[in-house]
Design a protein around this ligand. Sequence first.
Ligand code: GAL
Length: 417
Amino acid sequence: MSIRRLPNIIAVALMFATILLAGCAAKPTGDLEVFSWWTAGGEAEGLAAMLEVFAEQYPDIDVINATVAGGAGVDARAVLATRMQGGDPPGSFQVHAGHELIDTYVVADQMEPVTFIYEDEGWLDVYPADLIDILSYDGEIWSVPVNIHRANVLWYNKAVFEANALTAPTTIDDFFTVAEALEDAGITPLSLGESWTVVHLFETVLLGSMGSDAYIGLWNGSTDWSSSQVTRALENFDRMLDYVNEDYAALSWDQATQLVIDGTAAMNIMGDWAEGYFKAQGWTPGVEFGWAASPGSSGSFDALSDSFGLPKDAPNRDAAIAWLKVCGSKEGQDAFNPIKGSIPANTEGDRSLYDEYLQSAMDDFASDAIVPSLMHGAAASPSWQQDVMDAVALFLGDRDVAAFQNALVAAAADAGY
Ligand code: GAL
């Protein structure tokens, strides 16, 4: 062998050694606590499917699936706040993209930015720029979104609608006509659950009554909360509450959705996690249940996104980063979202894996006006959201539209608008 070729051989050998070493780089091990509120039908199964993908890729990490029941995270968020305050963060936790994430733990300097994961995984090109925007603060990205949910959906029992020769209402006036007919037939027109689901209904009525621009303006100061268009929306909401099940305060969101399956109620206005619930109960979209935009809101997509973040000083940081990589990956999202009833945030998701409803949601997300959800952390700060929840709770007691509007005006003023 010529002596001149020796350096080349050494270089090639070194290259192989480096590749080998990288391949053998120890994968993370140990325990990882994943904290969420996904316990109901559909959402629990969706999470389990994503955890399965994780287990295949990281067999040496033991996941502690830490859940605190309660839709919209009303209870989980309180538990999380206590833990974060006490310096006891989980490895990674579910948090809504937008204000819920930024206004809490990011501004309090309790999160680690995850921009480096986006760079490493090439996600900057495969996530919608608008979504990256709402996950960003101070030049960094702060969590990894697993999905996009739609809040403004009306679900209905097809057999009940057919038996009563009804079609899904599109306008608010249609809703009242359909609701009257159902009531005459002895069926609860609209199923409703505990307090956060009432606020969820409320935001869809604001949207459906006022349109997307005015609705967006409620949260940025350009729509006046004391205006007559808000009064009309509140009157619509008041009237809608006349058509719900009496025991609503005692029901969780999924119990309210279940009334539609039982046929005791005909409609439910809920985010598309209800689709996951219907499917988990063996219902097929377009067969047993139908859907429409909530009354008056067609052309608007009331959006929210579930994401996972990296707390500062996360126990087992490497395992948490591994989890975030699966959360953001096409594989993770395509395992999770078809079951969860949401569409992938990662635009490389495989459309053919999604059912008829979810494909329609993908199309609407691409063409509708996107507006932020209040109840699910996107539209307003957690304190403003809480003020609106309090105002709605009072309103349920007194049904005084003028007092309700005053409380909402005051809430906006407290928030600086
Ligand atoms: C929402 C969340 C959804 C779903 C729902 C009911 O806030 O974004 O993923 O879990 O609550 O629990």
